[in-house]
Design a protein around this ligand. Structure first.
Ligand SMILES: NC(=O)c1ccc[n+]([C@@H]2O[C@H](COP(=O)([O-])OP(=O)(O)OC[C@H]3O[C@@H](n4cnc5c(N)ncnc54)[C@H](O)[C@@H]3O)[C@@H](O)[C@H]2O)c1
Ligand SMILES: [Zn+2]
Length: 439
């Protein structure tokens, strides 16, 4: 049994994330852009972002100018991080095997990975210039071999996010549009007069962005449900309460709807972490996000032992799960639901977000029960092919196909099997005598 030292503030939490409102709003924006195209896009950009440039798409000259404004250290750091992300993505690609197997003599079955033709990368930026998301979506698509990558990011308070544009460019984006929110997602998914549609959309975003992707799924592929960031920490008595508090707040700052959960085997640690958070919060420059996030979505649970901690953690299926215990690697064996695991005090979610090289576009709101995060494989279609080069094998398959299809009452399917059995092995064709003879 667990003891809750801190529970979410259910009342204000309900107000903060009233999902039906978001759903309706997004529905109406999608419908409007569907009928009115660019004109509607322009109006929503003006309304939500006060942004109405002549063209949302940046020209090569504009991109060069923007990149030139970015300080050298920032560019160096972008390049450092992009090398990390690229290296990991390339290893993922190498881990995806194409193969051909001969399941019967002359029966060849194969698997291939084909990059999708055009991908859209949503790089969030309403609150913060999330340039790291550019590495995650654009670079990963490029590493997978996607020929056309369209990237969108909103202006921030009416300004061009220079560093984000530089990151998008250096990651290899083929088109960069300064456009945010639902209007960007719909433009990429459906296409407008000024933007050709893409085949798949990826990238995190706020509740509106995530909901727009969810609603458009089917018409366009999506990576996963990557909504408001979450952090869950599993800690034992060896964890440093100060570091734990700092790490919880590091993710709460993403937005007022970002859950931060601590599950610990030590009641004393739990209480100390709550105290540290209370001390840190008022001084935090981003307390307007982190404060409500902690108040409304912060939780601290004390459990009897680590097995119970892992079990409880699995029920959250948290986006980021940080293990601050004496033997953090144990979680690799014990846990099954998480977007990314952060083992031990040496790393943290912020490393994953900003620098280390694993992808930070990760499942939220329980989606980690059924999917991992964004990776090279999401940009590849795993397809199959087959060939039968042996007549006897084809005849044998034809006989089985005839019988199997007739059990399902599919006479047409059965006949495709029959003709091969007849042609290659001389089997009789009761339904069309003499129609197929061996030449
Ligand atoms: N799951 C992940 O992998 C992951 C990773 C990084 C960031 N995130 C999340 O990404 C999000 C970024 O959010 P953000 O808001 O800063 O940037 P954002 O780019 O996702 O959203 C900004 C856009 O939202 C639109 N918008 C704002 N208010 C609106 C309203 N009332 N109605 C309709 N549209 C509106 C605007 O058009 C604006 O361009 C955060 O929630 C963060 O937690 C998730
Ligand atoms: Zn983060």
């Amino acid at each position: 049994m667990s003891l809750a030292l801190k529970t979410p503030d259910a009342r204000s939490a309900a107000v903060a994330t009233s999902l039906p409102d978001v759903r309706e709003k997004v529905e109406s924006i999608i419908a409007d852009i569907r009928t009115r195209g660019d004109q509607a896009v322009r109006e929503y950009s003006a309304r939500f972002d006060r942004w109405e440039p002549e063209s949302f798409r940046l020209s090569p000259e504009q991109i060069a100018e923007i990149v030139a404004r970015v300080p050298e250290q920032v560019i160096d750091d972008i390049e450092f991080v992009q090398r990390q992300v690229r290296t990991f993505a390339e290893h993922q690609l190498a881990s995806m095997r194409e193969f051909e197997v001969e399941t019967l003599p002359g029966v060849h079955l194969g698997q291939k990975h084909i990059p999708i033709a055009a991908a859209g990368a949503y790089v969030p930026g309403g609150r913060y210039p999330l340039l790291a998301s550019a590495h995650m979506t654009i670079l990963t698509a490029k590493a997978a071999g996607v020929p056309r990558v369209v990237a969108c990011t909103p202006p921030i308070r009416g300004e061009i996010p220079d560093a984000t544009v530089a990151a998008m460019h250096l990651a290899g984006a083929d088109e960069i549009h300064l456009l945010g929110g639902v209007q960007a997602v719909v433009s990429m998914a459906l296409g407008t007069e000024s933007m050709a549609p893409v085949d798949m959309l990826a990238g995190p975003g706020n509740a509106f962005v995530a909901e727009a992707k969810r609603q458009l799924f089917g018409e366009v592929g999506i990576d996963l449900f990557a909504g408001p960031t979450e952090v869950l920490v599993v800690a034992d008595e060896t964890a440093d309460p100060f570091v734990t508090a700092v790490d919880l707040l590091s993710q709460a700052e993403h937005g007022p709807d970002s859950p931060a959960v601590l599950i610990t085997t030590s009641e004393s640690l739990g209480r100390q972490v709550i105290d540290e958070v209370d001390k840190l919060l008022p001084e935090m420059p981003t307390r307007d996000n982190a404060g409500p996030a902690w108040r409304d979505h912060g939780e601290v649970h004390v459990v009897a032992d680590l097995d119970e901690a892992y079990e409880l953690a699995d029920t959250y299926a948290g986006e980021h799960v940080q293990i601050l215990t004496a033997n953090p690697r144990e979680a690799l064996e014990k846990m099954r639901n998480y977007g990314a695991l952060f083992l031990g005090e040496g790393t943290c979610v912020s490393y994953g977000d900003k620098v280390i090289g694993t992808n930070h576009v990760l499942p939220t709101r329980g989606a980690a029960r059924y999917t991992g995060g964004l990776w090279v494989g999401k940009y590849l279609k795993t397809v199959t092919y087959q060939e039968v080069t042996d007549e006897a094998a084809s005849a044998r398959l034809g006989e089985v196909c005839g019988r199997a299809a007739r059990v399902e009452l599919f006479e047409g399917h059965a006949r495709s099997g029959d003709v091969r059995a007849a042609k290659y092995a001389g089997a009789p064709l009761p339904w069309a005598p003499g129609a197929v003879t061996r030449s």
